[in-house]
Design a protein around this ligand. Structure first.
Ligand code: ADP
Ligand code: MG
Length: 683
């Protein structure tokens, strides 16, 4: 097996430098890559009865050739080849365009199989290929079709796959334990791979696919769960001996009672911290669900054990906001909070860093500035990362390295369906706050057509008269942010025409330097701006309680999850908030999205719908999805298999025999365990 993983494709006959390069572009470098380069569809080559064929259907007919092929040329390149075959009692004309060379294969009186498109009205076949010719073999029932490029054809790939199979299939070994193959009625890997490429029946094709799907998920889950286990490896993490009483005092001091969901998460996090493991937990909760106060609790716990915490947010404005709310939370608790960002002045920064390393600061809040080399803690034991997906893996790791096996709490306001979080965040423990504090006024959401814009402007005018502020979101154009900008500028002019100079109208977009963005956002927060026209760059977590209205133009261009994120920027104060979707959706799906938005404010429901409607690739947006790529498996359609694979992976890793039993040999090598020694794959 190892050999297959390493054997380069140019060992095959017919693979020279050029083909090697062409294959490399398809990410095929080894024999294993080639054997697992599965077809994306199959052509059904079973011979059909004429009566049962529908118009335009692609079929195979078999019959006696009645006449030699007649080739007619049109100009130099174009040609039409025609002949007739007898199928049962019917005489069927067949034409091939621009493949004059096929004439050689058409022999009067011979039996021939032809694949083509059926024309039911004329009862004739437009030929695509002759079976038994260069691509499809005589006995093939389903022809595998591979993704190809202009540098390497489907036919060549097919031949190379066949060659690899013939030469190397003996080497294939099981990847998943035998008892699982039995339990889930899967095929042995060898058979599964064979039948993915050369299936004889639809039934075996399906079982082969199921086997590959399970295998992909299983390998992924073993790796993810193994990482998760390493995080928790006893001896690697440390126990935080916090003072329970102080934690209780803290929660008692709040002007509100925690929601049930918050309490549960607080208990889970304290339990993590108390155990001698490294916490590696993701906290998901809608905007406003109260994640910050939960994080504050964890900070109190750490501080009561004499340990330091760090809290990293993606922008200055968010960092500052967290800094201010923590200060307020900790007013009477003698916990020293400091803020470090790119704008911290040199002298203040120097003093701050000195206090930090001496352990005089309990919690340091900041931006990426926290991971600069000269930022050193005395004893950092808790790290909180807000909007974690905004940071790269390296940045998150850099902060962790500043601590002594610190506990890590990631936070995100993007609710993610369970199947997705199992894959995207397979290596983390996931907690959810799925309940908003009592007494929140849910945001009213309306959907209007563009023709009703005038009355919407009157409504906006009334809100402004009441001293409220508004966000106007400009539509999203996928092609470039330059076009987004043009859109936003246009809206800016339109709104200015109506509302300036009585009201302050400002524009915020992605092409501005981040300081300028922060400045505008601060001005909006301080109510120096009444109407903020923006692309989608406005921050998720920014609190502007006085902003009570959001208008989203061409709302049907956004995905559900994104609309929900945007909407969460209003509804943060005492006043009733509104979100108006302006859209004339063209298709069914646009209409459905608008309806869902007006019907529910539950982020998890919305994200489930979004995943259903758009699929996982689109869900996170194209940029850095953080999702593993599966060749065959689909995390939405194969969600049940994913659950099963996760369950089995967890069970195996917990098994005492895992490090010894031969049944797990392959699994061990998949996660890099050799001879019972665990190589640390984390750092
Ligand atoms: P998130 O970070 O999840 O978006 P925050 O932690 O910023 O939410 O909380 C939003 C607001 O709700 C804050 O002003 C916070 O003090 C308040 N809050 C948090 N939990 C509760 C609660 N259980 N009851 C009432 N208000 C709460
Ligand atoms: Mg927040």
């Amino acid at each position: 097996m190892e050999q297959l993983f390493n054997e380069p494709v140019d060992r095959l006959k017919g693979v020279g430098e050029k083909r090697k390069e062409a294959l490399e572009k398809l990410e095929i470098k080894t024999i294993w890559n080639l054997l697992t380069y599965f077809p994306f569809r199959y052509e059904d080559l079973t011979v059909q009865e004429i009566e049962s064929i529908e118009d335009r259907q692609k079929v195979v007919l078999q019959g006696l050739v009645l006449s030699p092929a007649h080739v007619q040329y049109f100009g130099r390149r174009k040609s039409r080849l025609s002949f007739r075959i007898k199928v049962d009692y019917a005489i069927i004309p067949i034409t091939f365009f621009n493949q004059p060379y096929l004439a050689r294969q058409i022999e009067e009186g011979a039996t021939l199989k032809v694949f083509g498109t059926w024309d039911a009205a004329r009862k004739q076949l437009s030929g695509i290929k002759i079976i038994g010719g260069s691509t499809a073999n005589e006995n093939e029932k389903f022809e595998p079709i591979y993704h190809s490029t202009k540098d390497i054809s489907h036919t060549v790939i097919k031949k190379l796959v066949k060659q690899s199979w013939d030469l190397y299939h003996q080497e294939l070994q099981e990847l998943i334990p035998l008892d699982l193959i039995k339990k889930y009625h899967l095929l042995p890997l060898k058979e599964a791979i064979f039948n993915m490429h050369f299936p004889e029946t639809e039934a075996i094709m399906d079982t082969a696919r199921e086997t590959i799907v399970f295998t992909e998920f299983f390998i992924f889950q073993i790796q993810a769960q193994y990482r998760r286990m390493l995080h928790k490896n006893i001896g690697k993490g440390r126990a935080t001996h916090y003072q329970l009483e102080r934690l209780q005092d803290f929660f008692a001091s709040l002007p509100f009672e925690l929601t049930g969901a918050q309490k549960k998460v607080v208990n889970t996090i304290s339990a993590d911290m108390k155990r001698p493991i490294q916490m590696y937990r993701l906290l998901q909760g809608d905007v406003g669900s109260g994640k910050t106060v939960v994080a504050a609790g964890a900070i109190v716990a750490a501080q009561s054990a004499g340990l330091q915490s760090a809290f990293m947010a993606p922008t200055e404005i968010l960092a500052e906001q967290h800094y201010l709310s923590l200060q307020e939370f900790f007013q009477s608790f003698n916990i020293r909070v400091e803020l470090l960002t790119g704008s911290t002045k040199t002298k203040a920064r120097r003093e701050l860093l000195e206090d930090l390393i001496r352990g005089k600061i309990d919690i340091l809040v900041g931006t990426h500035a926290l991971i600069q080399e000269d930022v050193m803690f005395n004893d950092l034991s808790l790290i909180i990362i807000d909007e974690q997906h905004r940071f790269g893996v390296k940045q998150r790791a850099a902060l962790r390295k500043k601590g002594n096996d610190p506990d890590v709490l990631f936070m995100t306001a993007t609710p993610i369906p369970r199947t997705l979080s199992m894959t995207a965040y397979g290596e983390m423990d996931v907690s959810v706050i799925n309940e908003l504090p009592a007494g929140r006024k849910p945001i009213e959401t309306h959907w209007i057509r563009k023709k009703s814009l005038a009355s919407l402007m009157k409504e906006l005018a009334r809100e402004l008269e009441n001293e409220s502020q508004a966000y106007i979101i400009s539509p999203l154009i996928e092609e470039s942010d330059l076009m987004d900008l043009e859109n936003a500028e246009e809206l800016f002019e339109e709104y200015s025409k109506i509302f300036a100079p009585n009201y302050e109208v400002a524009l915020l977009h992605g092409r501005m330097p981040s300081e300028e963005k922060d400045q505008i956002m601060s001005a909006f927060k301080d109510h120096k701006i009444d109407i903020l026209i923006s692309t989608t760059v406005i921050e998720v977590g920014v609190d502007v309680p006085n902003a009570t209205m959001m208008i989203i133009h061409d709302a049907d261009r956004f995905g559900l999850a994104q609309l929900h994120q945007l909407r969460g920027r209003v509804g943060r104060g005492q006043k009733q908030s509104k979100c108006v979707l302006v859209a004339d959706p063209k298709g069914e799906s646009g209409i459905e999205r608008m309806k869902i938005m007006t019907e529910t404010t539950d982020g998890f429901k919305i994200s489930e719908k979004d995943l259903e409607m758009r699929g996982p690739g689109e869900f996170f947006g194209k940029r850095q999805s953080g999702l593993p790529e599966f060749k065959v498996a689909d995390i939405v359609e194969d969600a049940l298999v994913l659950e099963a694979a996760r369950y089995e992976a967890e069970k195996i890793l917990r098994d005492q025999k895992f490090l010894r039993d031969d049944n797990y040999l392959m699994v061990r090598s998949l996660v890099g365990i050799e001879d019972g020694k665990i190589s640390d794959i984390l750092d």
